[in-house]
Design a protein around this ligand. Structure first.
Ligand code: ATP
Length: 364
């Protein structure tokens, strides 16, 4: 018998639409009570994975377990899931109260219990007092809150959210992100959230699953994914990055030295090799990656830093920080910093530096 360790387990899910392989062997564990986000570019298979869990599609191969029970072939209405999808899926001819009551009637919950659950769900999403409104009398954010309350009120085994914030403006999105995170922890319901927005994923999730072309690329906490990407795809997909080509000229116990085409040498901490083939040798062609916020600019005096000189090509003020574009011996290198020297201008030559531990390397 399957041992209950995770609320959801997917093993070897494979799905083809026509000749298009949409899931190419997905394995996934969702832990009890966590908010797990599926993140990846458009078409990578996020919604298909969610539809598989919801029961809207069946996998061609593979196993699905929810709370330890094998779910292959079980229809969606027998899975006890709460779902909120993109756009507003409220019944327009029903009030907020009736929208929430609908699922409870289907589940044959008695009137008293039903009333107290609706009251509680509306409190959680901060919609108390608006029970008699129709969806057309609510703002976009309020409608999405009601949709979440309607999903929660039936006390689902899992909450599935597919881009629930994508039709809302930026400010409301940010507000609702925090609310979903808060209410998810308050209710404790295991939640799977689909988005292609990295900021949303980083700010809301307990763990993130990065998907690419029907495969899971990496699973980890937001900080693990951001600071320790295991592949070039993950590094590029999450956050901003600078990349440079070169070849390995020296390896010692601490650092790998990479020489770029122009002869300049860069240091990479020995452990910072991404990708499947992590064994490096002298002569290997490699690509180096560094995040803009890991590049120090100006008078860098720290002895641990690998120092270089660049020329400023563009300076953008972003309010809380500056985005400086530089020419690094022919390569464009972006730097993010909180302050600038007022004397800097386009064309200024400035010092930059970074710790070898902040540079990642991948063999080409
Ligand atoms: P997005 O962020 O754009 O919603 P996604 O990662 O959720 O993308 P899916 O909706 O899972 O991606 O789709 C994955 C691939 O499967 C896409 O190429 C899509 O066109 C294809 N696809 C999805 N559903 C079907 C279907 N019912 N019939 C045929 N192809 C489909």
């Amino acid at each position: 018998m399957q041992q209950v360790m995770n609320d959801v387990e997917i093993r070897g899910a494979y799905k083809k639409f026509g000749t298009n392989v949409v899931l190419g062997g997905v394995d996934l564990d969702v832990k009890q009570g966590e908010l797990l986000t599926l993140l990846g570019p458009s078409g990578c298979g996020k919604t298909t994975t969610l539809n598989l869990i919801a029961g809207f599609i069946d996998a061609d191969q593979g196993e699905l377990y929810i709370k330890g029970k094998r779910m292959n072939g079980v229809p969606p209405y027998k899975r006890d899931l709460g779902m909120v999808f993109q756009g507003y899926s409220l019944f327009p001819h029903m009030t907020v109260y009736e929208n929430l009551e609908f699922g409870l009637k289907l589940h044959k919950v008695d009137k008293t219990e039903s009333g107290s659950r609706i009251k509680n769900a509306l409190e959680i999403v901060k919609m108390t007092g608006l029970e008699q409104r129709y969806p057309r009398e609510l703002s976009g954010g309020q409608r999405q809150r009601v949709a979440i309350a309607r999903a929660l009120v039936v006390q689902p085994k899992l909450l599935l959210l597919d881009e629930p914030l994508s039709n809302l403006d930026a400010k409301l999105r940010q507000e609702l992100r925090m609310e979903i995170k808060r209410l998810q922890k308050e209710v404790g319901v295991t939640t799977i959230f689909v988005t292609h927005d990295q900021e949303e994923a980083l700010s809301m999730s307990d763990r993130i699953v990065i998907m690419d072309r029907g495969k899971v690329e990496q699973v980890g906490t937001p900080t693990e994914i951001y600071a320790n990407p295991r592949s070039e795809f993950v590094f590029n997909f999450i956050g901003k990055s600078n990349s440079m080509h070169g070849s390995i000229v020296h390896i010692d116990a601490n650092n790998i030295t990479v020489q770029r085409e122009n002869g300049e040498q860069m240091l990479v901490e020995a452990g910072n090799v991404m990708g499947a083939d992590r064994l490096c040798s002298i002569g290997d062609q490699v690509k180096l990656y560094i995040r803009p916020e890991k590049v120090a600019i100006g008078p860098v005096s720290d002895a641990d830093y690998d120092l270089h000189t660049v020329r400023i090509t563009q300076m953008n003020y972003l309010g809380s920080s500056w985005e400086i574009f530089t020419s690094f011996q022919g390569d464009s290198l972006q730097v993010q910093c909180s302050d600038i020297d007022p004397a800097w201008t386009i064309g200024s030559e400035v010092k930059i530096g970074w710790k070898p531990s902040d540079v990642m390397l991948i063999k080409q």
